[in-house]
Design a protein around this ligand. Structure first.
Ligand SMILES: Cc1cc2nc3c(=O)[nH]c(=O)nc-3n(C[C@H](O)[C@H](O)[C@H](O)COP(=O)(O)O)c2cc1C
Length: 333
């Protein structure tokens, strides 16, 4: 039995559900020796801003237990250089390119989206409304109404499919997902990094130059799975799961929890061959569940207290607020 790996996320059709995450794959050039780039379900290059940004002061990365902290601060060349030098190369790689953008305010987000209007090299736009390392822009990822507004504005300004990338650093991620859905997002990706810090107690200083940073890697996978599941119960918009994915089991966990596709992030720093191996293992993993296509397993988790196998094609069940959810499921400790 041949397994169909193709997935659809609103107006965006992808050859398979295994993508690589923004900020962890450079502009893909340096990864060509490790992965067949054309085989990937999609590549999300480093987030682009309107003007070039030098990023934050060092140190910008710190290794932590089961992950890493970063405070890169959206170091990038800016949209002009990206469109002129990077996008033509990326567009010729043979894998869908999802351009990640971050504006400092509503107008900048819409302007960035408008710059990508009619650019076929960009398969879609991912709105980074969730970076913890810049001092502005984050409200769009924490306030459902502002999320809705920026998604709707970008959708109106551009013919490319729109993906909203959400932060886990909120009380009720499902509310923000609903905002993205109301704004017309084709897909919602979650999660960006979890706000954290590392301390050098001898010097009584944070290790990161910016003080706080974003935690990523296997340590955040349980948070990401919870966020995906809560969003899946609330919205019908297809989801892209991100957070600590490092092997085929992780991928299957996210699909069953409600994600239609996944992005691999931090793992690319310590084993850039994982995306290829995960892709090769996916057909057999899907067959294990008797599936002939990815969509057959998406959102089929049997969760205590919910109707069995609430597949994503059915009506979403209401998600309780964060406090109720924690209580109902036993909470921490
Ligand atoms: C060094 C580093 C840089 C990142 N830069 C970006 C970025 O520019 N834009 C973005 O949307 N996410 C960025 N992220 C977040 C990742 O895309 C991803 O959402 C997050 O790391 C969780 O996935 P992971 O645990 O697999 O790494 C970055 C993550 C890391 C570790």
């Amino acid at each position: 039995m041949a397994v169909d790996l193709s997935v659809r996320l609103g107006r965006l059709a992808l050859p398979n559900p295994v993508l690589v995450a923004s900020g962890t794959f450079g502009y893909a050039r340096e990864m060509a020796g490790f992965v067949n780039l054309a085989s990937l379900g999609g590549i999300v290059p480093k987030t682009i801003t309107k003007a070039p940004r030098p990023g934050n002061a060092p140190w910008r990365t710190v290794e932590t237990t089961g992950g890493m902290l970063n405070s890169i601060g959206l170091d990038n060349d800016g949209i002009d250089t990206f469109l002129e030098h990077h996008l033509p190369y990326l567009g010729a790689l043979g894998s869908p390119i999802i351009v990640s953008v971050a504006g400092g305010n509503y107008d900048e987000f819409v302007e960035l989206a408008a710059r990508l209007d009619g650019r076929p090299e960009a398969a879609a736009i991912e709105l980074n409304i969730s970076c913890p390392n810049v001092s502005h822009g984050v409200d769009f990822g924490t306030d459902p109404r502002m999320c809705e507004k920026v998604v709707a504005g970008c959708r109106a300004a551009c013919d490319r499919p729109i993906i909203a990338k959400l932060t886990p650093n909120v009380a009720a991620v499902a509310d923000v997902a609903a905002g993205a859905e109301n704004g017309g997002a084709d897909a919602i990706s979650l999660i960006n990094t979890c706000l954290g810090m590392a301390v050098d107690w001898r010097r009584r200083k944070p290790l990161l130059g910016n003080g706080y940073g974003g935690l990523s890697g296997p340590a955040i996978k349980p948070i990401a799975l919870r966020c995906v599941h809560q969003a899946a119960r609330r919205v019908k918009t297809p989801l892209i799961g991100i957070g600590g994915i490092a092997n085929i089991d992780d991928v299957m966990e996210f699909l069953v929890a409600g994600a239609t596709a996944v992005q691999l992030g931090t793992v690319n720093f310590y084993d850039p061959t994982v995306a290829g191996r995960v892709l090769a293992a996916l057909p057999d993993a899907l067959k294990t569940l008797g599936a002939e296509r990815v969509a057959d397993v998406v959102g089929t988790l049997n969760f205590p207290g919910l109707a069995p196998a609430h597949a994503r094609c059915g009506s979403p069940s209401p998600v309780p607020n964060a406090t109720e959810e924690t209580t109902k499921t036993g909470g921490a400790g």
